[in-house]
Ligand binder design. Structure first.
Ligand code: SF4
Length: 324
């Protein structure tokens, strides 16, 4: 494609953003690097609507600055993150807050050295908060590039090259924000709306956008069958802090692969299914009357204030139904 055509496309994007860009999003009206960084982390795995309605403002109310995040125990961060999932993000946010003493560095190179900040997030924060002229490469941008360049193969190295090639370095802020908006509003996963897309004139994949990128072969998720055991004693219930990579720091009921459910002190509370990214949990929840000094016991009210995973919340709901 001729360079002039890229110039035309850049000009189309600027006009499009003026009219259709999501300019009212709160993090686009903030000059705080922390608020911009927080939005980028929350949006990594979660939709804008969910972040806006249930998490972003609530989190900022509890932790108005990155220093507040640094000074808080990680348990409090996890509690505020509860429901957003992908808790590694929250632990990394806390690590980064402490490592930087609440003040983020201003270049992508420095940002990328911090926990949980990959290349694209580093570029986004550097661009949106500090004015550095760099392209981003999130899931929306990748989809546009695959289609614009009619590229089937999923290869990040190639995509970064193409991201730089198409990038409007003179209008980095608007270009990057537009890429996110166009990816989510127009060049959608299943129904791209090419007739209103500012990339349309140069798009090599527009005749059949769904060909790009090639489909991933879907594997069915493995199923883990577990007993979730709630040990109780005198209206107190045992939990311990999870040490797995997936849910580290969250409080959890005990999970075991086998349990003798015929014992006298065992009550079955019910079953539930919980979906994780890489597996499905089929759980049977048991209430077991047993006092063990090695365990930490909590009242029901205390448990409600602990940070729990989605699966443990489901078990807690079954317990609530049983005791109320
Ligand atoms: S023209 Fe169509 S396929 Fe190409 S980037 Fe726009 S919406 Fe996507």
């Amino acid at each position: 494609m001729q360079k002039t055509t890229y110039t035309e496309i850049h000009s189309n994007i600027l006009s499009w953003y003026k009219e259709h860009g999501r300019v009212t999003l709160p993090w686009r009206n903030s000059s705080s690097a922390y608020e911009i960084y927080l939005s980028e982390i929350m949006l990594q795995q979660t939709q804008v609507k969910t972040v806006l309605e249930r998490f972003y403002f609530q989190f900022l109310e509890k932790f108005p600055t990155l220093k507040d995040v640094a000074n808080a125990p990680v348990d409090d961060i996890l509690k505020a993150w509860e429901g957003l999932g992908y808790y590694t993000r929250a632990r990394n946010l806390h690590k980064t807050a402490q490592a930087t003493k609440g003040k983020l560095p201003s270049t992508a190179l420095e940002l990328e050295k911090l926990s949980g900040i990959g290349k694209s997030t580093a570029h986004a924060v550097a661009c949106f908060a500090f004015g550095e002229s760099l392209p981003i490469l999130d899931a929306n941008v990748k989809r546009i590039l695959h289609r614009f360049f009619a590229l089937k193969e999923r290869n990040d190295k190639t995509l970064w090259e193409l991201a730089y090639r198409l990038f409007d370095q003179n209008n980095a802020y608007i270009y990057n924000q537009s890429m996110m908006d166009i990816g989510s509003l127009i060049c959608k996963h299943k129904k791209p709306n090419c007739s209103v897309c500012p990339f349309e004139s140069g798009c090599q994949g527009k005749a059949n956008p769904l060909l790009y990128p090639e489909k991933k072969v879907k594997k069915s998720k493995p199923v883990r069958k577990r007993f979730m055991v709630i040990y109780h004693h005198n209206d107190l219930y045992a939990l311990s802090q999870n040490e797995t990579k997936l849910l580290g720091g969250l409080w959890a009921f005990e999970q075991v692969e086998s349990f003798n459910t015929k014992e006298k002190n065992v009550t079955q509370l019910g079953d539930f299914v919980h979906h994780y990214t890489h597996f499905r949990l089929d759980a049977t929840v048991l209430l077991v009357n047993e006092n063990n000094k090695k365990r930490e016991y909590f009242s029901f009210e205390q448990i409600e204030n602990l940070a729990l995973s989605g699966a443990d919340r489901k078990a807690l709901a079954l317990l609530k139904g049983y005791i109320s």
